[in-house]
Design a protein around this ligand. Structure first.
Ligand code: AMP
Length: 322
């Protein structure tokens, strides 16, 4: 499949690389690294990495303004379903290639490179660079490292396999990355965010069976001077709490008039439940969108019932196995 993707890249002079809405480091790093590699390999090609960015991730690189390009190839990274694509219209392109690590949802009609066992989309692209003539350098390698480290929450999940560590090892050897600098960029954050994290720790509600959740209203967001995306992202800092198997942030986003929900699990599969609430994602890391806090309460109830079943059917030891 890598070779086929390379052939399409070689054939097209105009290429647009897109990803999902609600930019995150894996999606953004994957599209920027792929753009920069194609430009390095084929300097004459026009390659755009598009979508709405976030100043928070400016250390990853610069995105491009979407332009209408004739006879263009579309490469979509880190996106399993068309409806969550950021900025692009699929009909405007001659051919489409998907590169993704989410469980399959729908076929985009072209090449589908999906590895839902990969820690991140960045990992798939790292592997592709080593197996095609697409060129890489230290800067591109560091961009990919951001994506992989961020999506695996610093190598915390079972999605990190022998292959993940092997690829990281190969890249460290080839490109001499300054990982301490990269971690500084990824993890330095304002005190206001840390204070909100303290608030969440103090006020998290835990259901009967062990779903921990917090409602982050717009009032709280204003009180703590954080943006709603950063508030929701704090979900990733609440792993490994005894008695909590599923944890959830419910964040009001008044600009988009939506309540954004992030869900994480260290046991039961949660993406099927997220799908019932306008969401989806990975088995152990999902998101959803609802209109009211009442709907969010329903989701919490669903998650709690699902967790009850899970705890009945799994002993303490096999709870941590996939
Ligand atoms: P988040 O909690 O926003 O970091 O998202 C965790 C995972 O769920 C990511 O793989 C997202 O792509 C996916 N996800 C988040 N929100 C949604 C949604 N509304 N619909 C489908 N997938 C989502």
């Amino acid at each position: 499949m890598y070779k086929q993707i390379y052939k399409y890249i070689k054939k097209y002079n105009n290429i647009v690389i897109a990803r999902h809405i609600g930019v995150d480091p894996d999606a953004m790093a994957s599209q920027i690294a792929l753009r920069d590699s194609i430009k390095l390999t084929f300097p004459e090609k026009k390659v755009l990495a598009v979508g709405n960015g976030s100043t928070k991730f400016s250390y990853i690189g610069k995105l491009d303004k979407l332009e209408e390009l004739e006879n263009a190839l579309l490469i979509v990274v880190d996106l399993p379903d068309k409806k969550r694509a950021d900025s692009i219209e699929f009909e405007n392109y001659d051919y489409v290639i998907k590169i993704d690590h989410h469980p399959f949802i729908e076929d985009f009609g072209g090449l589908e490179l999906i590895d839902d066992k990969a820690s991140s989309t960045a990992e798939i692209i790292m592997d592709m660079f080593l197996n095609t003539k697409l060129e890489c350098n230290k800067e591109i390698a560091e961009t990919l490292y951001y994506g992989l480290v961020s999506d695996s929450n610093r190598f915390l999940f079972n999605s990190c396999t022998e292959k993940t560590f092997r690829l990281v090892s190969q890249y460290l050897k080839l490109y001499d990355m300054d990982v301490e600098k990269l971690y500084r960029n990824l993890y330095l954050r304002p005190l206001s965010e840390v204070r909100l994290e303290g608030y969440i720790s103090q006020n998290m509600i835990v259901t009967e069976h062990g779903v921990g959740y917090i409602k982050i209203t717009n009032d709280l967001i204003e009180e703590f001077h954080v943006d709603s995306a950063a508030a929701g992202n704090l979900i990733n800092n609440f792993n490994f709490i005894e008695g909590i198997y599923v944890w959830v942030t419910i964040t009001e986003d008044i600009k988009s008039e939506v309540i954004r929900i992030s869900i994480r699990s260290r046991g039961p599969i949660i993406n099927k439940i997220a799908e019932k609430y306008n969401g989806g994602g990975h088995k152990m890391a999902s998101g959803a969108r609802v209109a009211t806090f009442k709907e969010a309460d329903k989701l919490i109830k669903d998650l709690d019932q699902n967790l009850e079943k899970y705890l009945k059917n799994n002993t303490e030891e096999d709870r941590y196995d996939d």
